[in-house]
Design a binder for this molecule. Structure first.
Ligand SMILES: Cc1cc2nc3c(=O)[nH]c(=O)nc-3n(C[C@H](O)[C@H](O)[C@H](O)COP(=O)(O)OP(=O)(O)OC[C@H]3O[C@@H](n4cnc5c(N)ncnc54)[C@H](O)[C@@H]3O)c2cc1C
Length: 472
């Protein structure tokens, strides 16, 4: 393997920075990883571990045939991702999703990076843009980038940094949940790769209970918005009280939908709505309330969530909260190798680029680490094909699908999870002998085709074997 004495500096040891450092080091490049915790904390991180998960413990669907984030998981595995290897090793049951024991996961990432001979971890805040003698650097400081560095980025780019808020879902102690009222079941009894079909705790609600709950949500005291007035929410992470404000039935068609669930204690009575909780740690002692991000005040949260049947005595290990999200206007600022235009050698990775989610952040870190390492090694940068999930993500961030913000009437750049809408479409012909090939069947066939193409193209790009893609 060709090595170099030149060093890559990665700022931020979160999901993206950890993966970037790992990828560069395995290509033979020495890396200094700068992480400010524990010297300085953030509003959401609780530990000094690298790749700490600040909210949910889920990496979402692990289905690499019909779900875009499942395809991204698989592409990252093909690329020898440290984040995916650590997640797989610390998986907890969660139906068809990949959920992890958060401490085991973060410890594994930290240990692997600490033990790598080419990686040095420096604890301390980087307060400005990388100095001129850092030949190659990556800023991966995330949605909670420390203010001085955020200010330096704003000054250097001349562009307004955009900001909005995510809301955190509460976590409940398992032994405080009334299992004579609740029952274990995954929706439609789906087993998934790492589950049992009984991975979620379900709390049933009658129509009267649901209506009382909605009233309480609407009336409950909320966190003031003074400082951040006018900040837009990201639709995938809306607080429940905001969903309730959009219509009384919104929650019943969202996180509280009763479909695919049968009350084990009373199978003949269909619940009007269901609150689900998912295992949050390997021990199974903590459960998080699925989709229950909230900006209700702490006192109101306790009172209102204890109205949920089965949670009347709930003890909360963590209540919901609100957090800032900082990201740059990447389509205008970055080139296709995620390098700041006009500033060679400085790249961005992770949520600060405007991707959304743990997996997407790590995937962008994976690519940025490879691109920066290639430059230090004097190699051409090889971009992932646009048909891959990697390519689809880069396409979104660097403007492939969006018009420039300054064009009249065009929407501004918004963070987005990976989804099949970001991939180039495929043409599907009706298979011979199949009578019905419309609607759901056709949509599923399209997903399968896009996923198979992505994994084939990704394995070709990486020069590795992909038995899953080959089997398609
Ligand atoms: C409150 C909140 C909840 C979220 N919940 C979810 C969720 O449930 N699911 C999901 O998929 N995504 C969630 N996200 C979105 C996002 O996926 C995560 O924030 C993810 O951790 C982003 O990865 P990252 O590597 O870009 O940033 P981070 O993981 O935040 O890593 C950035 C690192 O940089 C360090 N740092 C910051 N500034 C400096 C500096 N100046 N010098 C040195 N180090 C610095 C930080 O300490 C941190 O360790 C959430 C975001 C927030 C803010």
């Amino acid at each position: 393997m060709k090595k170099t004495e030149k060093t890559l500096h990665v700022i931020g040891g979160g999901l993206a920075g950890s993966e970037a450092a790992w990828q560069a080091a395995r290509m033979g490049v020495p890396v200094i990883l700068h992480e400010m915790r524990p010297v300085r904390g953030t509003d959401a991180h609780k530990t000094d571990g690298l790749a700490e998960l600040v909210c949910s413990n889920s990496f979402r669907s692990d289905d690499c045939r019909a779900n875009a984030v499942g395809v991204l998981h698989q592409e990252m595995r093909l690329a020898d991702s440290l984040i995916m290897a650590s997640a797989d090793r610390h998986q907890v049951p969660a139906g068809s999703a990949l959920a992890v024991d958060r401490d085991g996961f973060s410890d594994a990432v930290t240990k692997a990076l600490q033990e790598h001979p080419l990686i040095t971890i420096e604890r301390g805040e980087v307060t400005g843009l990388p100095p001129a003698d850092w030949e190659q650097s990556i800023i991966a400081t995330g949605p909670l980038t420390a203010p001085s560095l955020a200010e330096a980025i704003r000054e250097a780019t001349g562009a307004e940094a955009l900001a909005f808020f995510d809301a955190i879902a509460p976590i409940v102690h398992f032994d405080s949940i009334d299992m004579d009222t609740c029952w274990f079941q995954s929706r439609y009894d789906k087993v998934g790769p790492g589950g049992t079909g009984k991975d979620y705790i379900n709390c049933p609600m009658s129509e009267a209970q649901y209506n009382a709950f909605i009233d309480a949500l609407l009336e409950g005291e909320k966190t003031e918005f003074k400082e951040w007035e006018g900040t837009p929410y990201f639709d995938g992470c809306l607080p429940i009280e905001i969903m309730a404000e959009r219509g009384r039935e919104t929650l019943r068609h969202g996180p509280m939908k009763p479909m695919g669930l049968t009350n084990a204690h009373d199978p003949d009575v269909k619940p009007y709505a269901v609150v689900q909780l998912r295992q949050d740690n390997a021990l199974g002692t903590l459960y998080n309330m699925v989709g229950f991000q909230t900006k209700l005040k702490y006192g109101a949260q306790k009172d209102i969530f204890q109205m949920i049947p089965g949670l009347q005595n709930a003890e909360f290990a963590r209540l919901g909260g609100l957090h800032r999200n900082t990201y740059i206007n990447s389509p205008q600022l970055l080139d296709t190798t995620l390098q700041l235009k006009g500033r060679p050698g400085l790249r961005f990775a992770g949520q600060i680029t405007g991707c959304e989610g743990y997996v997407e952040s790590a995937a962008i870190g994976l690519m940025t680490g490879r691109f920066a390492a290639s430059e230090l090694l004097g190699r051409d940068i090889s971009l992932p094909p646009p048909t891959t999930a990697f390519g689809a993500l880069i396409g979104h961030i660097t403007g492939g699908h969006l018009a420039a913000d300054d064009e009249p009437g065009k929407r501004s750049f918004q963070p987005m999870n990976v989804n099949f809408g970001l991939f180039p479409p495929v043409e599907i012909v009706k298979p011979e002998g199949v009578k019905r090939f419309r609607g759901k069947e056709k949509a599923l066939a399209k997903k399968h085709a896009i996923a198979a193409r992505a994994l084939n193209d990704c394995s070709r790009w990486l020069g590795v074997d992909n038995s899953t893609a080959a089997a398609e």
